[in-house]
Design a protein around this ligand. Structure first.
Ligand code: SF4
Length: 225
């Protein structure tokens, strides 16, 4: 019997899937341990909801919801994700994947089989800060996912969470420069870290002020709450 992949379900969101009313499926486990992550229970905990229970939820919401956001944690760690998405698609839902980019094989399997409609890719930090912030060495793997999506001209967005003591405007400008050189032309989304006391890295309240006036204008940047 396969493990229960989902830690939780948010039954309704009008904010997380552009232009669609959606549910959010929160997958348990992650390959990163971002120091500012406040989803400790999801990252380290076990799933509590089976694939069958999640599909039954969607079956009952047909006509009320248009899409599903696969978030977490990291959805691509779920070994049966491709088949799961096939079953979600069979119920006529659109799928958005939120990913840290560390599983390009699964991302490409979803894209090649038309099993995902939109992707939000986290660009956690420039290469020299990637490991310090995520506790994962594999910027190169994240980079291959980014290259793959750009090569496919797939509809996706790149986003970064900013804790102003960890990432400075120069770091974000380095990311903007990298995205621009690779040919990314969509909006680049930034979101401010909101302090919670129990993050994975026990990070403190931000002391530095993030000076937005220093940001490069080479890409359209939008701040999200
Ligand atoms: S913030 Fe980092 S550790 Fe937390 S779920 Fe996202 S990728 Fe994983």
């Amino acid at each position: 019997m396969s493990r229960k992949p989902l830690y939780d379900i948010t039954p309704f969101t009008a904010l997380d899937f552009p232009d669609h009313l959606a549910a959010i499926f929160w997958f348990a486990k992650c390959q990163m341990q971002c120091v500012y992550c406040y989803n400790k229970d999801i990252v380290f905990g076990d799933g509590k909801i089976s694939k069958e229970e999640a599909l039954s939820f969607l079956q009952k919401r047909k006509g009320l919801l248009e899409g599903v956001v696969l978030s977490g944690g990291e959805a691509t760690l779920y070994a049966d994700l491709v088949e799961f998405c096939r079953q979600i698609k069979a119920l006529d839902y659109k799928i958005k994947l939120d990913t840290n980019g560390l599983n390009p094989q699964i991302v490409s399997a979803l894209v090649e089989n038309d099993l995902v409609d939109y992707i939000a890719l986290d660009y956690k930090a420039p290469k020299q800060k990637f490991e310090a912030i995520t506790k994962n060495k594999h910027f190169d793997i994240f980079s291959s996912t980014l290259e793959y999506l750009l090569g496919k001209a797939f509809p996706f967005e790149v986003r970064t969470t900013i804790h102003s003591d960890l990432l400075q405007p120069e770091d974000i400008n380095q990311i903007i420069d990298d995205l621009k050189k690779r040919g990314y032309e969509n909006t680049y989304y930034l979101q401010k870290f909101v302090y919670t006391p129990d993050t994975i890295g026990k990070v403190e309240e931000q002391k530095d002020v993030f000076d937005t006036s220093k940001l490069s204008a080479d890409l359209k940047v939008i701040w999200r709450q």
